[in-house]
Design a protein. Structure first.
Length: 134
């Protein structure tokens, strides 16, 4: 079951400039920066109430974020929902006819296991499932 809007992922061309902008906008600095080599991205996280904003910048030409920026420009890349049991949620969504981009959960940023739901099966929105790694 989806339990919480965990974060919104925003694709940005210039991570430093976007971090400065969101620090001013939100009135607080980010709580975490992280490089995710396996995805070719650098991330910055802001806490906003019970949810988060994740800024994402591609670090390689093959990165999904680099390709997203080239095709669509800066903006909302995905929305992420917290789940208690990612494997059970993946099975539930498959049974409901959703197309998943991952066969198995993978390690993501911010100490999470993640899986993505294809935008074509979620009204054009890339959806991420997140489970805290315990």
């Amino acid at each position: 079951m989806l339990t919480n809007l965990e974060h919104l992922g925003l694709a940005v061309a210039d991570l430093t400039a976007a971090t400065e902008l969101y620090t001013l906008l939100l009135g607080q600095p980010p709580y975490k920066q992280e490089h995710v080599a396996s995805e070719g991205v650098d991330t910055v996280f802001f806490q906003v109430g019970g949810s988060k904003i994740e800024l994402l910048a591609g670090t390689t030409p093959e990165s999904a974020i680099t390709k997203f920026l080239a095709k669509k420009g800066e903006g909302i890349h995905h929305m992420a929902f917290e789940v208690d049991d990612i494997r059970a949620e993946m099975a539930r969504l498959r049974e409901q006819g959703f197309v998943l981009l991952n066969e198995e959960p993978k390690r993501g940023a911010d100490n999470k296991l993640v899986c993505f739901v294809h935008p074509k099966s979620a009204a054009g929105v890339l959806v991420e499932l997140c489970q805290e790694i315990r």
